[in-house]
Design a protein around this ligand. Sequence first.
Ligand SMILES: Cc1cc2nc3c(=O)[nH]c(=O)nc-3n(C[C@H](O)[C@H](O)[C@H](O)COP(=O)(O)OP(=O)(O)OC[C@H]3O[C@@H](n4cnc5c(N)ncnc54)[C@H](O)[C@@H]3O)c2cc1C
Length: 384
Amino acid sequence: MFQHYRSPWMNEELDMLRATARRFFENEVVPQADTWRKQHYIDKSVWRKAGELGLIGVSFPEEYGGHGGTYAHDVVIIEEQARVCDTSFGYVPGAFGAPTTLILTGTPEQIRRWLPPIVAGEKLLAFCATEPDAGTDIKMLRTTARREGDEYVINGSKMFITHGLRSDLAIVAARTGGPGAKGISLFMVEKDKAPGFKVNKVLEKMGQHGLDTCEVFLDDVRVPAANLLGGVEGNGFGKMMDSFVKERITIAVTAIASAERAIELTLDYVKQRKMFGQTLWDFQNTKFKLAECVSLARIGRVFIDNLIDRLVRGENSPSAEEAAMAKVWCSEQQWKIVDECLQLFGGYGYMQEYPISHFLMDARIQRLYGGSNEVLKDVIARKL
Ligand SMILES: Cc1cc2nc3c(=O)[nH]c(=O)nc-3n(C[C@H](O)[C@H](O)[C@H](O)COP(=O)(O)OP(=O)(O)OC[C@H]3O[C@@H](n4cnc5c(N)ncnc54)[C@H](O)[C@@H]3O)c2cc1C
């Protein structure tokens, strides 16, 4: 609960999940936060622990080995992760985004084969779409998948792949047909059977240091034809677009949860920091700045709560434009709020030992990935 507000979709069961998630992040993730950031990945044992506690696949259908919850279950975990200022445990990419694409695209047999070990925390899934010359304009991707007998042979290169190094499985977008969106298909690559899946390097980022974001080469990667997701060629682009609505709302959820937590930390700090014979909180500037921040965060919260509520009820599902509005507005407010908060920490805010510095650096990417904010404004404008 943030500043005396409880989301309308919260209930007692979700309170219990929140308590479990809070213990998990506080006990398993936070104590080694520096290690994760330095090595650029979190140990597999943490994923397994999350699996044991039922914190992966919370909203995935039970028939496929998930826990049968709602989107609100994911949101609670994302909020608890934001509370401890963590981005090393790649919940959104690994436990939500990539598996959601598997569920949306795979045949029932494919989902039953690959999803349960992901839910158990035994296998980690990456999603490989972006290329050096195809980011926002993903339909221009050049990686090819050529059919040879009962196999496809995949060649190309991928850029900015989260979990590129530590994943066991990877969904790869590749061209099976002609140019444009209709020629794109999705494949499941089992990395232990694909020596041609090579990580060129783990990239050094300005934030989100605990995640292995990689440049990947696909050098004659052979996969059985049965690994073509959905069993049909050419549906990859459409399926990626389908998964974007929830992904963008999820980025907005992360944005607001992080902004709320940054405000809480800042309130605690300014109330104890003394100068000029008073606390930092006593200056009117501090009160006004935080009043503005809390107002922006609340406005964002009410909007995303509306979208979450509709997803949970399965009624009046959010449109692509609403998801774009949420992603654009909330990620921009996150950046603005966290920057104002950091300013109030003075020089300490610039120090890595203060979580607020990570909140700021981790926030910057939010305006870029999941569809850059510029392109999403186009999505909104097209419906005007
Ligand atoms: C930390 C991190 C993790 C990532 N994880 C993954 C992952 O796991 N899997 C994956 O496949 N990808 C991943 N990505 C890639 C991410 O989705 C892309 O970076 C993003 O799509 C933008 O593509 P780009 O970087 O090539 O930028 P570009 O497409 O080159 O964009 C550059 C600029 O041009 C602007 N622009 C583009 N088109 C238009 C337009 N029509 N109108 C106006 N302006 C425009 C953009 O808004 C942007 O400001 C990740 C990226 C990062 C940095």
